[in-house]
Design a protein. Sequence first.
Length: 283
Amino acid sequence: MALLGAHVSTAGGAARAFDRGAEIGCEALQIFVKSPNQWRAKALADADVTAFHEARAAAPQPVVAHAAYLINLASPKEDVLEKSKAALLDELQRCTALGVDGLVLHPGAHLGSGEDAGIDRIARSLDEVLAADPTITTKVLLENTAGQGSTLGAKFSELRRIIDLVDQESKVGVCLDSCHAFAAGYDLSTAEGYRATFDEFFELIGPGRLGCIHLNDSKHPLGSRKDRHDNVGAGLIGLDFFGRVIHDPALKGQSMVLETPLGDDDLGHKRDLEALRSLGVAA
């Protein structure tokens, strides 16, 4: 079975994520290493780094971080692009200090400059950031998108094109988001669609480059290009997908984390993890 977890808060210190994850039954974690809505943040304190390593040693599990939403490596606006590269470098350095396995990154939006120009800009930006600090050990995990607006990465082929253009491609992987894939037109709701989606993913991207899966149901229909997550089984992808993916032999031991709504009581992730663990193998 997969290693199931969720995005958890680091309020009060990054090390607190492990206790919060344990409270809801996590075997894998996703965190922020700084505010996702700001360009800058104060430096990590040595004590916080030490505490994080100690907490993880006491509860070993995969940990990924999600990069700031402001970052847009495809932007044709020079000021935004420079801020984006600086912010990504800072987050990768924070992740490396903490020993985080991967940093999930939205590839970016070309804002009308064109798909080819946007893809090239993303690759060149990744090259610049990765070359700026050879000590970085955390992988960049490009996340597939729903395809809203001029956002790139809705097609697996677009992610492949970015990776092929990056000089240090061994430092780049992929995070597969189920809601985004469904919204982009990959039909995960049927057995045939599930198999076709993962066959295409493994053919184009390769199983060794899959760093994490985001387990999210979708509030909007197949191909809607709308990014709205729903709780497990409450959306239009349906429970069968979740039974298939968590029991897929090809994904055994894979880190899979929830980004589903928490609800008014903040227990949405706990309920979703319980729901996932109750599922058998779907037909």
